[in-house]
Design a protein around this ligand. Sequence first.
Ligand code: ZN
Length: 181
Amino acid sequence: MAVRRKLIREMVEALLAKHRISHGAVPVEKIVESYGIKLSLDEVDDELSGFLVREPGKNKRSVIGANKAHHPHRQRFTIAHELGHFLLHKGEMVHLDQGRGALAINLRNEQSSRGEDQDEREANLFAAELLMPAIFLAKDLEGVSLDILGDSGVLDRLAKKYKVSTQALTFRLANLGYIQL
Ligand SMILES: [Zn+2]
C-alpha cells in the first residue's frame, strides 16, 4: 500500500482551517493539546527523538513526548510526527521513534497491510505538511527566483519563520519541486 498522500493533505488542511491558521510558524503544541493529549519534554536517551503513548480510557490522557535535549525546531517536527501517528495509526498503543528506526507496540491484526516503514513515511509526511503547508510556502516564495533559493540565507530565514530545521525545509521544498537536491 502506498503512502496516503491525499488523505494526509486533506487532514492537515482541515486541521489548519479548524484552528484558523493561515501562516507559519504553525502552533503544533496548541493543536496537540486540542486533542487532550499531554505534551512532555523528557530527558531521555539521545537516540530517542520522541514517543506516543495512547491511553484509550475516558479519563486518561494520551502522551506525546519529545527529547528535551534536542533543538526546539527538531522537537516541533517530532511532536508533529507523533501527532501523525496518533491520527493515522490507531492500532498502536505505544510508539517509540529512535535514531535507528521506530519501535511500535500495537494491537493491529496480523492482516494489516501497512508496514512499519510506511507508517514512518506517513508520519513524516504529516509533520512536513503540518509544519510547512504547501500553500503557505507558495505565498512566501511568490516572486522569489528559484535560483536564489539555493542561497542558504534565504532557506535559513524561511526555516526560522516556520520554526523548522533548514534540513527539514530543504527536503520539503525538494518534495514540492522548488529545488533539486
Ligand atoms: Zn514514528
